[in-house]
Design a protein around this ligand. Structure first.
Ligand code: NDP
Length: 480
C-alpha cells in the first residue's frame, strides 16, 4: 500500500485531521494507496511555512534559483522510468506515453524556467523633457497557489510550479486528488536537490476542501489553475472579492479542420494522435473533425480503419495505444455522451463500448470511438467529452467551417490542414482559439504563449507570460 503524504516545510506529514482518501489504479480498478484528505488546517500550516520562507527565497540570486531548478530537472530525468511507471499507475496512460511525453516535459519545464528567469527583462522609459526616468521592477508576488488536473499530472503541475519558483515565489500546490503520486515523488526530489524548506508545499486532498481552502486563503495572492470550466468559473467568483491574480487554463472542444489540399498521409497520422492520445483526455485534443466534402468519404473510410486497429490494453503492455480512462465515474460520463449521440442523429462508425482487458477486468477501458454527426450543434459536438471520442462531419466552404468551428463556448486550440498560405492566414486570424496549429498538432515551443479564449480560460502561460503572471510589475519614476 502506497502512502502519500503532504509536503509541508520540507517534511512529509500526515493530514492534521487524520482523514485519508483511497487512491485507485485505473488499469485494474483496485485501491493501491491512500492520500491525505487535507483541509483548511493543513493549508494554513503550509501557508505559514511558505510565508516564513518567502523573504529569504525571494532574495536569492537568479543564478542560485536557476541552478536549483536545473538540479530538479536532472533528478526527474534520472528517475524517468520510476516516474513514468508511477504516472501510468495513477492515471491509466500507457507507460510509454508517460516516458516519452509527460515526464520528459516535466523536466523541460524546470529546465526552461531555470533559463528563462535569467533572461527575463523589464521596461525602462526616459520621460524626455521632464528629466525623469521610469523603470519597472518585476517582484515576486509572495505566496501563490497552483492547482492542477489529473490528465497530465506531473506535466501540468510542474508547468505551474517551475515558473512560480523561478520568479521567487513560495508555492502551495495541490495536484488532483485522483493523480497525486508523481507530485509526491517530486517533493522527494526537491528535498534532494536542496530546495529550502517551505519554498514548495504540496497539500493533497479534494478540490472542494483542500482546493477551496487554497483559493479562499486571504494570504495566497495569486492562483494558477488548470482544470474544468465550471471549476474555473467557481474559482473566479471566489477569488474576485479577494482581488487575487488569476490564471485559468480551462476546457476545450477543439476543431480539426481538414481541407482537400492538405498533405493527406501526414494529416491522417496526426489526426489519429490528436484524437486519441492519452485516451483523448487532453484539453487540446481535436475532438471535432471537419472534412472538406471532396475527400470526406475517403477520409471516413481510412480514418475508421486505422482507429479500429488501435490496441486498447493494459498501460504497461508494449503496443498499447489506448490505456485506461482515469476513473470509473469518468468512464461512465464519457459513455453517457456516446449513448445519447444517436438521439440527435449521431451514427457510431466504430467503437462505443467499454472493453474488458483480460486479467484486468475491473479497469476503466473504452474503445476509441468515431461518431458521424448530423449537425455541428448536437450535444456531443458542443460539450467537452474528454475521452477517446471524436465526431466527424463534412463541410462545403471555408465560411461554413469557420462558422461551425467558432460556434462553441470554448476557444482553446484549433488545427488546420491545408497547403494554401492565404487560407491559412485568413482562417488563423478568424478562428476563436488561443493556439492554432497548421499542418501539425501539439507541437509546443515553451517560449510561446499558451491559453484559451472564451470559456477556455483567462490569461496566458508559457515563456515570459508565465513569469509576468508570477510577478508584480512596479514602476519607479525618478526625477533627476
Ligand atoms: P477539475 O476542474 O475538476 O479539477 C482541476 C483541479 O481543481 C483538481 O485538482 C481539483 O481537485 C481542483 N478543484 C476542484 N474543485 C475545486 C475548488 N472548489 N477549489 C479549488 N480547486 C478545486 O478538472 P479535472 O481534474 O476534471 O480536469 C479535467 C479538465 O481540465 C478538463 O475540462 C480539461 O479540459 C481541463 N484541462 C485544461 C487544460 C488547459 O491547459 N486549458 C489542460 C488540461 C486539462 P479534485 O481533483 O480533488 O476535484
Amino acid at each position: 500500500m502506497q502512502t502519500i503524504q503532504n509536503y509541508i516545510n520540507g517534511t512529509f506529514e500526515d493530514p492534521l485531521s487524520g482523514d485519508w482518501l483511497d487512491n485507485y489504479c485505473p488499469a485494474n480498478g483496485e485501491v493501491y494507496g491512500k492520500i491525505p484528505n487535507s483541509d483548511q488546517a493543513d493549508v494554513d500550516k503550509a501557508y505559514e511555512a511558505a510565508k516564513t520562507a518567502f523573504p529569504e527565497w525571494s532574495e536569492t540570486t537568479l543564478d542560485h534559483r536557476s541552478r536549483l531548478l536545473l538540479k530538479i530537472a536532472d533528478l526527474i530525468e534520472t528517475n524517468l522510468q520510476r516516474f513514468a511507471e508511477a504516472e501510468s499507475q495513477d492515471n491509466g496512460k500507457p507507460v510509454n506515453l508517460a516516458k516519452s511525453i509527460d515526464i520528459p516535459r516535466a523536466a523541460s519545464n524546470f529546465r526552461f524556467f531555470a533559463h528563462a528567469i535569467t533572461q527575463f527583462s523589464s521596461e525602462s522609459h526616459e520621460s524626455v523633457g521632464l528629466n525623469a526616468i521610469n523603470f519597472t521592477l518585476r517582484q515576486p508576488i509572495g505566496v501563490v497557489g497552483c492547482i492542477s488536473p489529473w490528465n497530465l499530472p506531473l506535466y501540468l503541475f510542474t508547468w505551474k510550479i517551475a515558473p512560480a519558483l523561478a520568479a521567487g515565489n513560495c508555492v502551495i500546490a495541490k495536484p488532483s486528488e485522483i493523480t497525486p503520486l508523481t507530485a509526491f515523488l517530486l517533493s522527494e526530489l526537491c528535498t534532494e536537490a536542496g530546495l529550502p524548506k517551505g519554498v514548495l508545499n504540496i497539500v493533497h486532498g479534494l478540490g472542494k476542501t483542500t482546493g477551496q481552502a487554497i483559493i479562499e486563503h486571504p494570504g495566497i495572492k495569486a492562483i494558477s489553475f488548470t482544470g474544468g470550466t465550471t471549476t474555473g468559473a467557481h474559482i473566479a467568483r471566489t477569488a474576485a472579492p479577494l482581488f487575487k491574480k488569476l490564471s485559468l487554463e480551462l476546457g476545450g472542444k477543439n476543431p480539426n479542420i481538414i481541407f482537400a489540399d492538405c498533405d493527406y498521409d501526414a494529416m491522417l497520422e496526426t489526426t489519429l494522435r490528436s484524437s486519441f492520445s492519452n485516451q483523448g483526455q487532453i484539453c487540446l485534443c481535436g475532438s471535432r473533425i471537419f472534412v472538406e466534402t471532396s475527400i470526406y468519404e475517403k477520409f471516413k473510410a481510412d480514418f475508421v480503419s486505422k482507429v479500429k486497429v488501435l490496441k486498447v490494453g493494459h498501460p504497461s503492455e508494449s503496443g498499447t495505444n489506448i490505456g485506461a480512462l482515469v476513473s470509473q465515474s469518468h468512464l461512465e460520463k464519457v459513455m453517457t455522451y456516446i449513448e445519447e449521440a444517436p438521439q440527435e442523429g449521431g451514427k457510431i462508425l466504430c467503437g462505443g463500448h467499454a472493453v474488458s482487458v483480460k486479467g484486468f477486468e475491473n479497469g476503466y477501458y473504452l474503445e476509441p470511438t468515431v461518431i458521424e454527426v448530423a449537425t455541428d450543434t448536437c450535444k456531443i459536438n458542443q460539450e467537452e467529452v474528454f475521452g477517446p471520442v471524436v465526431t466527424i462531419m463534412p463541410f462545403e466552404t471555408e465560411d461554413q467551417v469557420l462558422d461551425m468551428a467558432n460556434k462553441v463556448k470554448y476557444g482553446l486550440s484549433a488545427t488546420l490542414w491545408t497547403n494554401d498560405l492565404k487560407r491559412t492566414m485568413r482562417l488563423s486570424k478568424k478562428l476563436e482559439a488561443g493556439i492554432i496549429w497548421v499542418n501539425t498538432w501539439m507541437l509546443r515551443d515553451l517560449r510561446t504563449p499558451f491559453g484559451g479564449m472564451k470559456s477556455s480560460g483567462v490569461g496566458r502561460e508559457g515563456g515570459f507570460e508565465a513569469l509576468r503572471f508570477f510577478t508584480e510589475a512596479k514602476n519607479i519614476c525618478i526625477k533627476y
